[in-house]
Ligand binder design. Structure first.
Ligand code: HEC
Ligand code: HEC
Length: 276
């Protein structure tokens, strides 16, 4: 079977040539959907991925004692440390609650590195300042810290923004992400917008297509048997349309992340969360 189930989507109309703003507007106004997500009154284009889970998954998500995400949060807390158990991150940053809002700021332009960095990048950079440097964006400890820091920002919308001295670079990264979102790619010849604006609510294999908002990340995905980052999910979407998959941490993935976070700006962070 494989990706052949995607092939029906090849017949989608070519996208109008236009700016990403057009597509964002479109995604907020389109109103024809095969399946409406559960338990919320928001327009469908403004729904978190959590609204598209089956009711079994939603129930599991609500049950902290059974939800595997809980274990990752526990691990994150252990690595972060507390006043009683002073550990790596606590030494410099204090209680993790003091980091409320931090996850909303990423990706941000790093003047040092002259590129966009996301939260997982920052965690890796900071781990170099500890006695236990971590390696790799999908490292379990990096992801559990990311889960913990996202939890500390739950309920807040993303607040990505340029600072006065990097407006030009930031804007260029955002435009690149927006262009990518609407550019056809891979053997399926589909753009992100074809699924995540135009097919919201449609069944694709065992998934219901959501608007592709990044608010629920990182995710514990059953089929991965573990926690994964937004990078990993985006890479899966590239692979799903049989396009060349960007390397973890590549500029393209940061540009897309920036665009997705601008596109979802009105939504609160509701991650970490569970996925099929
Ligand atoms: C052929 C259809 C298709 C295309 C094209 C596609 N995706 Fe996806 N994407 C999916 C499916 C199916 C899922 C899993 C169900 C869901 O959450 O939408 C998904 C999930 C996601 C998610 C996670 C949403 C969540 O809450 O778990 C994001 C973010 C995302 N895609 C972004 C993108 C981006 C960015 C692109 C373009 C680079 C893209 N997708 C291209 C089908 C597609
Ligand atoms: C030796 C001190 C030090 C340690 C230890 C440290 N950090 Fe940091 N952290 C910083 C500094 C300084 C910054 C400011 C940005 C920069 O220079 O990278 C920062 C920034 C951050 C930020 C972004 C804050 C914001 O909103 O601007 C996060 C998130 C973060 N650190 C997470 C961690 C985690 C997770 C750990 C443990 C693995 C950790 N830090 C350990 C010094 C530290």
């Amino acid at each position: 079977m494989g990706f052949n189930c995607f092939s029906g989507l090849n017949q989608l109309a070519a996208p109008a040539h236009g700016s990403w703003v057009f597509f964002v507007a479109l995604s907020l106004t389109l109103n024809v959907f095969a399946q409406t997500p559960k338990q919320t009154n928001l327009p469908v284009g403004l729904q978190s991925g959590n609204a598209f889970l089956s009711s079994e998954m939603q129930n599991l998500q609500k049950d902290a004692s059974a939800n595997p995400v809980s274990l990752w949060l526990e691990q994150g807390k252990n690595i972060w440390g507390t006043a009683n158990q002073r550990s790596d991150c606590f030494q410099c940053h204090g209680d993790v609650q003091s980091m409320k809002g931090s996850a909303t700021q990423f990706p941000k332009w790093s003047t040092n590195l002259q590129k966009l960095i996301n939260l997982e990048d920052q965690i890796l950079i900071c781990s170099e300042r500890t006695s236990r440097p971590l390696k790799g964006l999908e490292n379990a400890e990096v992801l559990s810290l990311s889960a913990l820091l996202h939890q500390a920002s739950q309920g807040l919308p993303f607040a990505v923004a340029p600072s006065p001295n990097n407006q030009k670079q930031w804007q260029a990264e955002l435009s690149a992400g927006g262009t990518m979102f609407t550019t056809r790619m891979g053997r399926m010849n589909l753009a992100c917008t074809h699924c995540h604006d135009q097919q919201i609510g449609k069944q694709m294999r065992a998934d219901v297509i959501s608007p592709g908002h990044p608010t629920g990340f990182p995710i514990f995905k059953m089929s991965w048997q573990g926690m994964g980052s937004l990078d990993r999910r985006l890479r899966a979407c590239f692979s799903g349309v049989q396009a060349e998959v960007p390397k973890p941490g590549s500029a393209e993935l940061r540009q897309l992340e920036l665009f997705l976070k601008i596109r979802s700006q009105e939504l609160p962070i509701d991650g970490p969360s569970l996925r099929r």
